[in-house]
Ligand binder design. Sequence first.
Ligand code: SF4
Length: 247
Amino acid sequence: MTTTELSPQLDAALAVRWHELNERLADIRRRYPDAALASSLAAEDMLLTHALYAGGSDLEVFTLDTGRLHAETLGVLDAVRERYGREVTVYRPDAGAVERHVAEHGAYAFYESVALRRACCQIRKVAPLKRALAGRGAWITGQRRSQSTTRGELPFEEDDAAFGLYKFNPLAEWDEEEVWSVIRALGIPYNPLHDQGYPSIGCEPCTRAIRPGEDLRAGRWWWESSDSKECGLHAGNRVIPVVARVE
Ligand code: SF4
């Protein structure tokens, strides 16, 4: 049976991509049965969630509810439950750490400096991620190379020294159009903010819609320069000089 026959809703090229992705996820499951997908509930992660949940994989999908997410993003959790009959595990920040940070610096300190922004991300994202990854051999992300200057060299798999486990980026070589073509063809649920100019969605006060021609992650921490735009979850990512990216 051909890949197109296996995925009749997809054209031949996408069917191959989809088939390769499912093979890659099965390989991850064989090598690391305790691996989990860290989902931001954005388009790429919904595509991966569909591959896992509709494909019957028992790999876990989890998300980090920072306490500052859009209502639309939280609504995706209900959409997943309704569509697949399975939950996304939710990790939340330590309430005491959040309280102390807000009491000392204010509720919007992330606008004041990169250091304070990173401190907030550390409490609301990195610390809960560490808890989510504790004891696992590997994790899976929806990162793609073409998303930003910090992801241009993203490998399919890597040793994640920052968190001390293996990390898989099975969508590394997918482009934006391929992601959306599969989402539409397979009717995968997605965050409605994507239809309102938000290709990349983080916390509400730290995300804006992008303008035509802007980098896909330009709406994340838009007041900072592009080389600081990671939240600490993907500490290995680095900026590639523009001359090195011209191909
Ligand atoms: S994205 Fe903004 S609100 Fe969310 S954790 Fe980072 S600094 Fe805090």
